[in-house]
Design a protein around this ligand. Structure first.
Ligand SMILES: Nc1nc2c(ncn2[C@@H]2O[C@H](COP(=O)(O)OP(=O)(O)OP(=O)(O)O)[C@@H](O)[C@H]2O)c(=O)[nH]1
Length: 368
């Protein structure tokens, strides 16, 4: 199954929240516009965007996505047919885009975790030049997907790989956000791409976390460096760096603790890891990935703020987009911080993590 198919299948809780929300808003129209042939002409409803072909970003933010030539067109009724009421195309409910509808849209997007600022901006962009028009739910989905894609396109960047070996990736995030799983999935994928990888189990205070990492390491065929329980994570990171250099490994991934209860300690622990690996390579770590759990919704925003103070976060990975109705928070994150989103996770299996593709994500999120 392609990752996009998985994304569409598994983002259903978020997409049904937004997609169903739009259907409900349009369905609440005081009247369903009958096709009389005398009303103001409206553009034909857009067919859903094709799912298999990535769409170019629309040139102009307010234009509906271009209709691909091969897509079946909704039947257009000729003038005579309309005059004689022979319009057999099923009429989609339409509702006039007015202030009340915009407010409902805004509330729905806020409830879907896009956050107040982002929801306001998205809604005002959708409204621009369209007030007073009778719009359908599928048109709204198309415009919303285009707006979301526009916000997310600048932050969709795969994990950058530099020529430096070993490339050090420090992985930070609160406990349970999916750090271990993300490291395991990335390690497997890099191995499959022919790269050699070393993992350091830097959360030395939690035996369960170390064990879990070992399971992933075994699965991926990647060595996992461990240290005695409670020992200094920085000294483990240094040893792991030594081993990665000796083995000419392409990548060293360092797991870290995620206890936010004592921020000063955690900050010192992360800073010390960075200090010791810089003794071996002043340009390390080359990436500092913050792993966020989508199910925490708006809380992910404060986690970014906190971890940016604790570490020099260079990019984000969002996990658990499956099984949550809060996937909209990724749009809020992109809009607020502009940090690169390197990958998203939609399950617990190795291939349930993939690069972030904004068009696919936007369409899956709104159910377009
Ligand atoms: N459904 C789903 N579950 C995930 C995903 N990523 C991780 N998980 C699960 O989330 C739980 C926590 O993931 P971990 O990788 O252990 O998280 P961690 O940040 O390393 O947490 P600690 O080990 O407590 O530090 C595990 O049960 C994972 O299987 C995902 O994308 N989707």
């Amino acid at each position: 199954m392609s990752f996009f198919s998985k994304l569409k299948d598994r983002l259903t809780r978020s997409s049904s929240k937004i997609g169903q929300g739009l259907d409900d808003i349009v369905g609440e129209a005081p009247e369903v516009a009958p096709r009389t042939g005398t009303e103001r002409a409206e553009p034909a409803p857009e067919p859903p965007a094709p799912t298999s072909v990535p769409q170019p970003a629309p040139d102009e933010k307010l234009q509906p996505a271009p209709t691909p030539a091969q897509q079946p067109q909704p039947e257009r009724t000729g003038l005579v047919g309309r005059l004689f009421g022979r319009d057999n195309a099923p009429a989609e409910p339409r509702r006039e885009l007015d202030d009340a509808m915009l407010e409902e849209l805004e509330d729905m997007l806020i409830a879907a975790d896009l956050g107040v600022d982002t929801a306001l901006r998205v809604v005002s962009n959708i409204a621009e030049g369209r007030l007073g028009r009778k719009v359908s739910s599928s048109e709204l989905k198309g415009w919303l997907a285009a707006e979301i894609e526009r916000i997310m396109a600048p932050v969709a960047r795969p994990l950058p790989l530099y020529p430096k070996k070993p490339q050090v990736v420090l992985v930070v995030g609160v406990n349970g956000s999916g750090k271990t799983t993300t490291i395991g999935k990335l390690a497997s994928q890099f191995r499959a791409a022919g790269k050699s990888v070393v993992i350091a189990a830097g959360d030395t205070f939690r035996a369960a976390a170390v064990e879990q990492l070992q399971v992933w390491g075994d699965r991926a065929g990647v060595p996992v460096m461990k240290a005695a329980e409670g020992s200094d994570p920085a000294s483990l990171a240094y040893d792991a760096m030594t081993r990665a250099e000796a083995e000419s490994a392409d990548l060293l991934m360092i797991d870290t603790a995620g206890r936010l209860q004592n921020r000063a300690d955690l900050m010192e622990e992360l800073a010390k890891i960075v200090r010791v690996i810089r003794k071996k390579d002043p340009s390390a770590p080359h990436n500092t990935l913050l792993v966020l759990d989508a199910t925490t919704g708006q809380n992910a925003l404060s986690q970014v703020e906190t971890f940016r103070k604790l570490a020099d976060v260079s990019g984000l990975v969002m996990t658990k987009l499956d099984g949550t109705a809060r996937g909209g928070v990724l749009v809020a994150l992109a809009d607020k911080f502009g940090l690169p989103i390197h990958a998203i996770g939609v399950g617990e299996q190795i291939d349930d993590l993939d690069a972030f593709e904004p068009g696919d994500f936007a369409r899956a999120l709104v159910g377009a």
